[in-house]
Design a protein around this ligand. Structure first.
Ligand code: NAD
Length: 439
């Protein structure tokens, strides 16, 4: 099939590449010429395990192409995926300007049947808006060209995006016309292993499903974070509580890890957007989700609170920080807890040397030449002159460090662990003061 993917970011590039991998002819469009230049030169503009090789393979096979030409992009695909960003607007609602710009381009230039597929995370009602936008552009041209609009939210996780796309738990297709449903089923047939994973819904339900999934996951995290804070005060151990409740199949172990707050490009903005949609379109206050968001905003400062409680005045103190990305296996720092912590520490007069296996280039882009912030070339390298170590992201390479080496390097041998990576007894036996979350 001939497919165009509009927006070559985390979702667009992964989707386009995986669709090429199963034999489709894919053209990826982006308005950012730098991204397209990197891709055309054989690189990839993001860090995502396994993606580089898959991009190379499909480019070499002639199935995957990149362009900044809107004309070529609209002309190419019968299926036009919209995978552009939907960042939060100032009031928390999802900003639709990129999605609608993509829809306008399609309506302005299409000459034959197209299926316009919303893959971006968009509020309920967006498919109607996309349909109206395409129709308006066709009307301006005085032409009638048939098209369908489908909602196909994406559930991939950064860090495991290729695997998630190639072997999805489910594929949600919100569509109301038979031709589009048939084509979407054929498109996704190669990604369904031993049983049907494609769920066809009406368009609005598909749009809401994506927000519901992220809101549920964010809720589990905020719930566990609050319980962790409580456990700590009561002298209980949240890790034991986690195992005790996770073993109930109605609860399960996934997404029950307490920490220093959720971040990333999806949970914070999607929780906000759903609260806003409910308020604006249905006059409903989503009380649970409002609390989820408030709890998370507080939790992002939990490490700062612990550090201040331990050291008092932070002026002149120096901290080693492990982990900048919002989670392991990605270089994405959108809304990352590390950003809150770094801002807090610098504002309190402390300085920081940070290390991350892949996100340091992103941190340098975000923070620029920020006074008081430096970068280490290895986890142990950033401990020089540090008073204490703070762990923010649970990268595998931080899981079994040389605790004796850490103790020897730190001035006050304290480890603040925002991800509960270690057995407290083991770390304390090494002579370190260990301050994890909720235990
Ligand atoms: P991103 O910022 O990485 O990529 C978006 C890309 O779209 C950018 O490269 C941008 O230059 C490009 N773009 C913007 N307007 C354009 C236009 N008119 N024409 C062509 N390109 C244009 O964003 P992302 O993380 O890939 O997210 C995209 C959407 O998918 C969002 O709605 C997000 O909520 C959703 N989503 C993201 C994830 C994730 O893990 N990142 C997972 C599921 C869903």
């Amino acid at each position: 099939m001939k497919i165009t993917v509009v927006g070559t970011g985390y979702v667009g590039l992964v989707s386009g590449t995986c669709l090429a991998e199963v034999g489709n002819d894919v053209l990826c469009l982006d308005v950012d010429p730098e991204k397209i230049r990197i891709l055309e030169e054989g690189g990839i503009p993001i860090y995502e395990p396994g993606l580089q090789e898959m991009v190379r393979r499909n480019v070499a096979a002639g199935r995957l192409h990149f362009t900044t030409s809107i004309e070529k992009a609209v002309d190419h695909g019968t299926i036009q995926f919209i995978a552009v960003g939907t960042p939060p607007d100032e009031d928390g609602s999802a900003d639709m300007k990129y999605v609608l710009a993509a829809a306008r381009n399609i309506g302005r230039l299409m000459t034959d049947y197209k299926i316009v597929v919303d893959k971006s995370t968009v509020p309920v009602g967006t498919a109607d808006l996309v349909r109206a936008t395409v129709a308006e552009e066709l009307k301006k041209r005085g032409t009638e060209v048939p098209f369908s609009v489908v909602s196909n939210p994406e559930f991939l996780k950064e860090g495991a995006a290729v695997e998630d796309f190639m072997r999805p738990d489910r594929i949600v297709v919100g569509a109301e016309d038979e031709q589009a449903i048939l084509l979407m089923k054929a498109l996704y047939a190669p990604f369904q292993r031993n049983h049907e994973r494609l769920i066809v819904t009406d368009v609005k339900s598909a749009e809401l499903t994506k927000y519901a999934a992220n809101a549920m996951l964010a809720t589990r995290i905020s719930f566990m974070n609050e319980l962790a804070n409580l456990a700590e005060k009561l002298g209980a151990d949240i890790e034991m509580v986690r195992q005790g409740i996770g073993s109930d199949p109605r609860i399960g172990y996934h997404f029950l890890y307490p920490g220093c707050g959720y971040g990333g490009s999806c949970f914070p903005k999607d929780v906000k957007a759903l609260i806003k949609t409910a308020a604006d379109k249905a006059n409903i206050e989503l009380k649970v989700l409002t609390a989820v968001e408030e709890a998370n905003d507080l939790q992002k400062h939990v490490l700062t609170g612990k550090i201040k409680a331990h050291f008092g005045d932070l002026r002149g103190k120096h901290f080693a920080l492990w982990g900048l990305a919002f989670k392991p296996n990605t270089d994405d720092m959108r809304d990352a807890p590390s950003r809150t912590l770094i801002a807090d520490l610098l504002a309190a007069g402390a300085s920081v040397t940070a290390y991350d296996p892949v996100a340091m280039h992103e941190a340098k882009r975000i923070f620029g030449d920020q006074d008081g912030l430096r970068y280490g070339d290895s986890p142990m390298g950033c401990l020089d002159d540090a008073d204490a170590l703070v762990i923010v992201t649970e990268w595998k390479e931080f899981r079994s460090p040389d605790f004796d080496g850490i103790k020897a390097k730190l001035k006050a041998p304290v480890v603040f662990d925002g991800r509960n990576l270690y057995d407290p007894k083991f770390v304390r036996a090494a002579g370190l003061t260990y301050l994890p979350i909720g235990r």
